[in-house]
Design a protein around this ligand. Sequence first.
Ligand code: CA
Length: 287
Amino acid sequence: MQNTVTPPQCVWNHYLTAAIEACDLDDGVADKLISRPDFCKLDPSSQVVKTIDCTDTGCQVTITEGYANVIQETYAGPKSQNGEFIWYDLPVDSLFQAIAYTYIQNNVTYPYPMSLASPYINKLFLQDSTFNINNISYDEFEHIHKTARELYSFRLGGDGSDLTAFKAAGGKLLYHALNDPIIPHDGTDQEQQYDTNVADWYRLFMYAGGGHCGSSYYPGWGNYGFLINNPLPDLIDWVEKGKAPDVLSSLVPSTTKTIERGVCSHPRRITYKGTGDINSADSFHCV
Ligand SMILES: [Ca+2]
């Protein structure tokens, strides 16, 4: 992309840590995990002039207004140059490396396109493997986005929120990780526009501490995070016995650390009761 300012990864990581510190206690427990990232707002300008030790550059880096603006635009999600919506925004505790990776060469920081972008733009849309998307302009980006949606949304698009056919087929249950940086969760809760009785057949469970496509990785926790804990019995009870679930279960799939936590039906969120073992689901409830 035609970036004039490219923050090194340490700046992205600084904002990730700052957001988790700012909103960690919103769920009632200091565990370096935000259970309600959609309610967490961090003003990127609040970090300007702060100095951080940067392992990427090998020296200290000062947060600039330019860096803060890039972070703000990333939080806000892609928009046209006229400010029109293109896609949903990202939670502040997303693994930004997935969509905003940068690398350093000869002391200069460069943006690195998301891995899915080049195959889609070069091979499917442009059918030109020589086009360099690293230097794509805003005009080119908007043109490619607009035209690609017109050409391919019918066959490849995953943004349709009218689930009439899903309902008619007996569909009952969906869930989504709140920290998914590639498919933002805000696009998942649009069905209520179409069906006010949606809870009769569709219940959305969005769990904190998990990533894209079932990955159990949470940036605030290092190498592990939550996974949904086998929702199939809940689905069977709903379909065969008419017993709709209110809370699903999530856990950290580790042999050395057992952490379980409930997953509330949307829009409720999991909150610490104020007492009890924070690794036990019994210590949390939905509000
Ligand atoms: Ca927390």
